[in-house]
Write a protein that binds this ligand. Structure first.
Ligand code: NAD
Length: 740
């Protein structure tokens, strides 16, 4: 069975997301709604979406739109019809009747329902129709969330389900997990339960919402929005509907019932329009008085808002064992929440899935957790867990584990896919090496480096690991949200605040030396980025010999935004790429000016399609929809390059002062038009010095080391200025850079 044409019915949040993603996979798709205006508006929303749902906005018109009365005959040609209308069984069943009358024989029909069991959805279908009907539950936003839950019914043609699964894996890049027909399937059943536990325990233990979010966040390997932040993001009213549906669908003795009970404060928030970020605010709100904005947090006891406090739990590393063993309210809260999640998840095996491992994977792919409940249990350790846990009678999984005391109960990972993922591979490493910022996994014929810091920010140790791992072919890859958000700015600022610029210089030199080493070592180096690949992260990628990039990347050189310039080879490599063009051969100023524009504005690209015209990525770089495949593709590159020879060093012919003058003129124009401030001119002039080649002429060959030196000198001048330091401090404190 081949899927060449798709019709999506219902053009709301999910239908439009699914249609956009089919467009990303170059599959012709038609989006139908009650009226054509509605699906047209949906297309408009897709076009304007942020972060963008499309890899290539120019393809927007590949999504055809229409309405279910005049354009229903499009269903006749479709190989797959996805229903994504409102969560109402009567409306859904009417649509199925219409679809099955029109669809071509054998075409798949699926529903995106989040809560209606397949046995209810399909109760009116004939046995023949049921063969081709299933649930395909995508997560929002569809382009970015990895999870797709597929729910079968008893009549399904299994070959067809398997080919749909393959299509969704390979063409759409999803982690497709087949699961049982139980409420909330895997992701929402555990994910929403976890949120409710985190919330109700915070009420019980009288924690502030900032304290709860500080624990139920990065320390537990959960996104930093935490629980109350996530509630605000999803919508407090929407969460209330989700809970009502769980209460209705689940048995009376399910522990979910207890934590899904209505909470008076939450009810009041909804009634007064405090539905979260889309409303007047939620658990958090921004209070504007005059021109000042203050982030406020609600007091769970009184319902009053106070200026939000930053919580420092004095531990930045995700280390569950020490977290749950802490002798304070944070340790108590963490243990209470984690143990209840583990207890609940394990009590549902095998009823929601016989593979407990799939629950963990659903939490990674659908909620961006670093680890699911069973891996948390593995990390805590079977012994410590059973020493601390109170009652687990009737929980067959835990009872068996208690008897076996088998610390290695986990086994392999990512069983839902046949792809040889990095997650699977790292468990098979011959040995593990590394330091506090990166792990090195050693195999017979290659190494892997995985960065392990927050947002994978790079420091001296990250470079050390990279350098050490080039004794064999090297693949740089990781499983976290970001490839690398850049150099660790707080690490740099610690030196700057002490006036220890020597240490900063030493670090930048080592960064340059390592990147040069990556490029010219005897063995090939491959970067496999996904997510943020910015600044120093980009410099590591761009100085690797090969790139296998996920289609969800945000890539670019953003240093100027914090008052710096790229100094790890970013300027050098972008110059090399732009010098290697037809235009640059005819115009000695072309490359310098192009790169000045790109780096000067700190341009980023949000997909490979956007990255190629800027030359952040090259046509030869591999671009892959399924993140799980990055390792296989990287290994294939190694195989295809058995006779790898390091490249010869690039020579740079740059125009020097004549092109720098042009750049300075541009800066003056921007300053006069008040687009940049005085310090922007200073940063721009340093960038101009580097990109013009400094004191040089067009017929003089500059080496890579000459360019590195220019980058370093300018970087050091800028990091010593108070304005740049202030910008960095502001970015570190707020998570956002100052504009202009
Ligand atoms: P939505 O309210 O944003 O959109 C529903 C769309 O269906 C609307 O555009 C509406 O005009 C249209 N519609 C209603 N009746 C129709 C009909 N008879 N024919 C054609 N179109 C019709 O809803 P949504 O959030 O996109 O949810 C759609 C489905 O996906 C639901 O089953 C929901 O449970 C499920 N879901 C939602 C999310 C989420 O995060 N929003 C996530 C996963 C699954």
């Amino acid at each position: 069975m081949q899927i060449k044409k798709v019709v999506v019915i219902g053009s709301g949040t999910m239908g439009s997301g699914i249609a956009a993603h089919l467009c990303n996979a170059n599959i012709p798709v038609t989006l139908l709604d009650l009226k054509t205006e509605i699906s047209e508006q949906a297309r408009d929303r897709i076009h304007k979406s942020k972060p963008p749902l499309l890899l290539d906005k120019s393809k927007i018109n590949n999504i055809k739109v229409g309405n279910i009365n005049d354009n229903f005959d499009t269903v006749k040609d479709a190989d797959w019809v996805v229903e994504a209308v409102v969560e109402r069984i009567d409306i859904k069943q009417d649509i199925y009747e219409k679809i099955f009358k029109e669809r071509k024989k054998g075409a798949i029909v699926s529903s995106n329902t989040s809560s209606i069991p397949i046995k209810v959805l399909s109760e009116k279908l004939t046995a023949e129709e049921k063969k081709d009907f299933c649930i395909t539950h995508f997560f929002n936003p569809v382009r970015y969330m990895g999870l797709l839950e597929i729910v079968k019914n008893e009549n399904n043609d299994l070959d067809k389900i398997n080919s749909l699964k393959k299509f969704c894996e390979i063409e759409l890049g999803k982690g497709a997990i087949v699961c049982n027909d139980t409420p909330g399937f895997l992701g929402n059943r555990i994910g929403v339960f976890a949120m409710q536990i985190a919330m109700t325990e915070a009420f019980k233990m009288k924690l502030s919402i900032e304290e709860a979010d500080a624990i139920f966040g990065r320390p537990m390997g959960i996104p930093k929005t935490g629980v109350f932040g996530l509630y605000d993001l999803i919508g407090i009213d929407l969460m209330a509907d989700v809970l009502k549906s769980f209460i209705k669908e689940l048995s009376k003795d399910d522990p979910f019932q207890e934590v899904a009970k209505e909470i008076p404060l939450v009810k009041k928030l909804i009634e007064t329009g405090y539905t979260g970020r889309k409303g007047k605010g939620g658990f958090y709100r921004v209070n504007k008085t005059g021109s000042t904005k203050v982030m406020e947090a609600i007091n769970l006891g009184t319902g009053d808002y106070f200026a939000s406090k930053k919580i420092n739990i004095q531990s930045d590393k995700a280390d569950l064992k020490s977290l749950i063993s802490r002798d304070d309210k944070f340790g108590e809260y963490a243990w209470s929440v984690i143990s209840k999640i583990i207890k609940y998840a394990s009590s549902l095996v095998p009823s929601i899935t016989k593979n407990f491992n799939d629950i963990d994977e659903a939490m990674r792919l659908g909620f961006n957790w670093a680890k699911g409940p069973f891996e948390m249990l593995e990390e805590i350790g079977v012994e410590l867990f059973f020493n601390k846990i109170d009652d687990f009678k009737g929980n067959i999984f835990l009872e068996n584990l208690y008897k076996s005391k088998n610390q290695n109960f986990y086994g392999s990972r990512q069983k839902y896919t046949e792809i040889e993922t990095f997650g699977k591979a790292k468990k098979k490493a011959l040995s593990i090496d590394g330091n506090s910022s990166a792990q090195i996994y050693r195999f017979n014929d290659f190494n892997i480096v995985e960065f392990t810091t927050k947002a994978n920010a790079l420091d001296y140790n990250s470079m050390d690991a990279l350098k050490k791992a080039t004794d064999k072919p090297l693949i740089i890859i990781n499983e976290s949200m970001q490839f690398s958000a850049g150099v660790n700015l707080s690490y740099t600022m610690e030196f700057a605040e002490k006036g220890d610029f020597k240490s900063i210089e030493k670090f930048i030199r080592y960064f340059q030396e390592t990147c040069k080493h990556l490029k010219y070592s005897d063995y090939p180096v491959i970067s496999a980025p996904s997510g943020l690949t910015l600044g120093g992260g980009f410099e590591v990628m761009v100085q690797s010999n090969f790139v296998a990039s996920h289609t969800n990347i945000v890539v670019g050189l953003v240093e100027t935004i914090v008052g710096l310039i790229p100094a790890g080879g970013g300027c050098k490599e972008m110059l090399a790429r732009w010098l290697d063009t037809k235009e640059a051969k005819n115009d000695p100023h072309y490359a310098s000016l192009k790169v000045f524009d790109i780096i000067g504005y700190g341009k980023t690209a949000t997909s490979p399609t956007e990255a190629e015209p800027i030359k952040y990525l090259r046509p030869v770089d591999k671009k892959i929809m399924n993140r799980n495949s990055l390792l296989e593709v990287s290994k294939k590159i190694l195989e295809d390059n058995k006779n790898f020879k390091a490249p010869t060093e690039t020579k740079f012919n740059l125009a020097g002062i004549s092109v720098k003058k042009k750049m300075v003129k541009i800066l003056e124009g921007l300053y006069n038009d008040k687009i940049i401030l005085e310090h922007g001119v200073i940063v721009g002039k340093e960038l101009a010095t580097v990109l013009s080649g400094g004191d040089t002429q067009i017929d003089k060959n500059l080496s890579e080391d000459d360019l590195f030196k220019l980058e370093l000198d300018s970087f050091m001048k800028l990091i010593k200025t108070k304005e740049t330091q202030d910008r960095i401090k502001h970015t570190l404190a707020t998570g956002k850079p100052l504009i202009n």
